[in-house]
Design a protein around this ligand. Structure first.
Ligand SMILES: Cc1cc2nc3c(=O)[nH]c(=O)nc-3n(C[C@H](O)[C@H](O)[C@H](O)COP(=O)(O)O)c2cc1C
Length: 220
């Protein structure tokens, strides 16, 4: 698979089969991803790979919280800025409508609970990668972590695997940290659900803004 194909075929998959991901594949991907760039080569990410019984236990605990309507642990960083305006708000709303339409989740009072419950099961994925940053790191290093995680997700495609980044895990960050054994100096950025896509699951190709909206060529 060439890199264009990997980029084009990566999408947030929200229905995984229970086929386990071989550990040697995860190790190959994560070893290759160590080549991701970072400002000053700080490599500020800390990744916890959770599978098997520890993941099953984490899903049980988080799903119990989700179904109970637990609003989640106090956030360590805002998922989105307050007062999101156009064009970001429009993109957010369009993607949410596409996403929940594909999942068959109606716009009713129970919607947040249903969304939380699907996320807390990692959409059935047999592996979740939890990415943390040291509390002392700033915006530049958070950007580095994004580059690293995209590198991981593209390499997963090269292995025939799919993924879904999940900021929703930050709602249950205390539960995650307990299971992962992450110390208090670390802040949970997000989880990445990893696995093989469930056969017959609806395929969602989320829209994108036209390139001209986000890219400016100067001098060309
Ligand atoms: C950092 C990050 C966090 C995300 N968190 C969630 C999440 O909690 N739940 C979810 O279903 N999708 C989540 N997504 C997936 C986005 O909704 C998705 O990437 C976006 O709508 C574009 O769709 P695509 O990835 O399928 O192309 C997240 C994506 C990123 C990059």
């Amino acid at each position: 698979m060439d890199v264009y194909e990997a980029v084009d075929s990566r999408r947030a998959v929200r229905a995984f089969s229970d086929e386990p991901v071989p550990e040697e594949v995860l190790r190959r991907v994560l070893r290759a991803a160590t080549r991701a760039p970072s400002s000053g080569n700080l490599q500020p990410w800390h990744l916890f790979v959770v599978t098997g019984e520890p993941l099953a236990e984490l899903k049980r605990r988080a799903t119990r919280r989700a179904l109970a309507g637990d609003p989640g642990d106090e956030r360590e960083y805002p998922m989105y800025p307050d007062g999101l305006t156009s064009p970001y708000l429009d993109r957010f709303s369009a993607a949410a409508a596409q996403r929940y339409g594909a999942l068959g989740i109606e716009r009713d009072a129970d919607r947040p609970r249903k969304i939380a419950a699907l996320n807390s099961d990692a959409f059935g994925a047999p592996a979740v990668l939890f990415c943390y940053l040291d509390r002392t790191m700033g915006p530049g290093q958070w950007g580095d972590a994004g580059m690293y995680l995209q590198t991981v997700m593209l390499l997963l495609r090269a292995e025939g695997l799919h993924s879904c980044p999940q900021v929703m895990w930050t709602m249950y960050r205390r539960t995650v940290s307990r299971v992962a054994g992450a110390d208090a100096e670390l802040v949970l950025f997000c989880g990445i659900a990893v696995g093989f896509e469930q056969e017959g699951a609806p395929r969602l190709r989320t829209g994108r803004a036209d390139m001209a909206e986000t890219v400016t060529f100067i001098g060309a």
